[in-house]
Design a protein around this ligand. Structure first.
Ligand SMILES: [Zn+2]
Length: 448
């Protein structure tokens, strides 16, 4: 295991990662509100934290990973009314669509996926406790969190309480004691609602993640992740509730990915009509994954189709090299993985791991993978012995599976291998008629 360093938004510094429990990492990432397809900006945290999980696992950690579905929200209710469906129909549809997008981006889908509608009673109990402790108050069926009770408020987002209050004054809500107080429970007249002691209504957005983390992990977690747009107010509000309930900041590390924008002003809002949906990305969606990983996760990223095209070509090159490598080794029954001992290859792997261990520096890690691909091409051209090729395949599979772009290769059957050998023999003997015949057969089978 490498010593890892991670940038912690909570302390604004790069810190050594020490897990709460040895060899174990708990990660929670705020998931989508499921009223629409996801756009490429929504996909960034998904790819980033999938890669984080993959690296921890490759380092030998047991990773407990959870990300929620917000299936209670005004936008879902509106969509349900518009389409004459239930809220459940709408959210189920877009949860499926989301999981399809995840698969297309090479992300794992086998993580814990709590839904708000499955936690309503737990959320109500959590709010009751906050009210009992004096951290929350009810007014006309609504419940608000009393921000002034939490001294640490503003620490995550590096903001002063006074600045926040003057900034929040624009929004006038006479029910609230302070403009910073946020909604825990909302009395509602339209859409899906649940009964509580306060009113018939539904929970506000900021409580669900706290409740789900408490119920899934039962304690402070190692890493809480999300997009930088969630730092304030969402994550600040999560921390405030957790301090009030459990006397801790919910997570040891707070990780945030930078924004993905589409224009010079750095915006990609749906109202501007410039949304690019993941499902509409041209070509192999893995080229978008590669594009994302070529920039450090904390840096802002300005999307362009030209850049996407560049990474599509890059991905093609990698896949072609890996296909030739797999095929070459397969034809000689040398596909199984082996120990990497060659000093050049060990150097590449060390630099790859060092890059990933220093705050998940995927652009530097990618540079090492590209160097390896170049080396494999040279080895294939030189038709060297299989030892180095086998080690290269092992190493490439290791790097590519951490980055989530591993090429799946299906070994040839015995029959196909002998056909291939006959084709090569015919070519060597300059029996072109026979060679053409074999080539046609191999092409029909999609082997060449
Ligand atoms: Zn959240």
């Amino acid at each position: 295991m490498y010593e890892m360093k991670i940038y912690n938004t909570y302390t604004s510094s790069l810190e050594e990662f020490v897990p709460i429990h040895e060899n174990q990492v708990s990660i929670y990432v705020c998931g989508p509100t499921v009223y629409n397809y996801i756009h490429i900006g929504n996909a960034r945290p998904v790819v980033v934290f999938d890669t984080v999980r993959r690296y921890f696992e490759a380092q030998g950690y047991n990773v407990l990973f959870a990300s929620n579905f917000t299936d209670v929200d005004d936008k879902i209710i509106l969509k349900a009314i518009e389409e004459g469906k239930t809220e459940l129909d709408v959210s189920n549809f877009f949860i499926n669509a989301f999981l399809n997008d995840l698969r297309s981006l090479g992300c794992y889908t086998d993580y814990l996926q709590p839904r708000v509608t499955d936690f309503i009673q737990e959320i109500i109990a959590y709010i009751d406790n906050l009210v009992k402790k004096g951290y929350a108050y009810a007014v006309d069926g609504d419940v608000y969190f009393r921000v002034s009770k939490v001294d640490e408020y503003g620490k995550l987002s590096n903001r002063k309480l006074d600045d926040l209050i003057s900034g929040a004054r624009v929004e006038v809500n006479l029910k609230k004691e302070s403009p910073l107080d946020f909604t825990l429970w909302k009395h509602t007249e339209t859409g899906i609602a649940w009964n509580s002691d306060y009113s018939s209504g539904r929970p506000g957005w900021h409580t669900e993640c706290c409740v789900m983390i408490d119920h899934l992990f039962h304690e402070k977690i190692d890493i809480h992740g999300g997009g930088s747009d969630l730092v304030f107010p969402h994550h600040e509000n999560e921390i405030a509730q957790s301090i009030a309930t459990n006397h801790h900041e919910l997570a040891h590390f707070w990780m945030h990915n930078g924004r993905l924008s589409m224009d010079a002003e750095g915006k990609m809002s749906k109202s501007e009509g410039k949304v690019v949906w993941v499902k509409d990305l041209p070509g192999n969606p893995l080229s978008f994954r590669l594009y994302l990983l070529a920039t450090h996760y904390r840096s802002p990223l300005n999307f362009s189709y030209d850049h996407l095209e560049t990474y599509a070509k890059e991905l093609d090159k990698m896949f072609n090299t890996m296909s030739s490598l797999n095929r070459t080794l397969d034809l000689s029954d040398e596909l199984e993985e082996c120990k990497v001992i060659d000093s050049t290859l060990v150097g590449l792997r060390t630099r790859f791991d060092e890059a990933m261990s220093l705050d998940f520096n995927t652009p530097n890690a990618l540079t090492e993978l590209q160097a390896l691909i170049k080396l494999i091409n040279q080895l294939l051209r030189q038709k060297k012995e299989f030892g180095l090729l086998k080690e290269s395949l092992t190493l490439a599979n290791y790097m590519m599976s951490i980055l989530g772009i591993k090429v799946e290769y299906t070994p040839l059957t015995k029959e196909d291998k002998s056909l291939y050998a006959q084709w090569e023999k015919a070519r060597a003997e300059k029996n072109f008629a026979k060679a053409d015949e074999y080539r046609a057969l191999l092409q029909d089978k999609g082997i060449i």
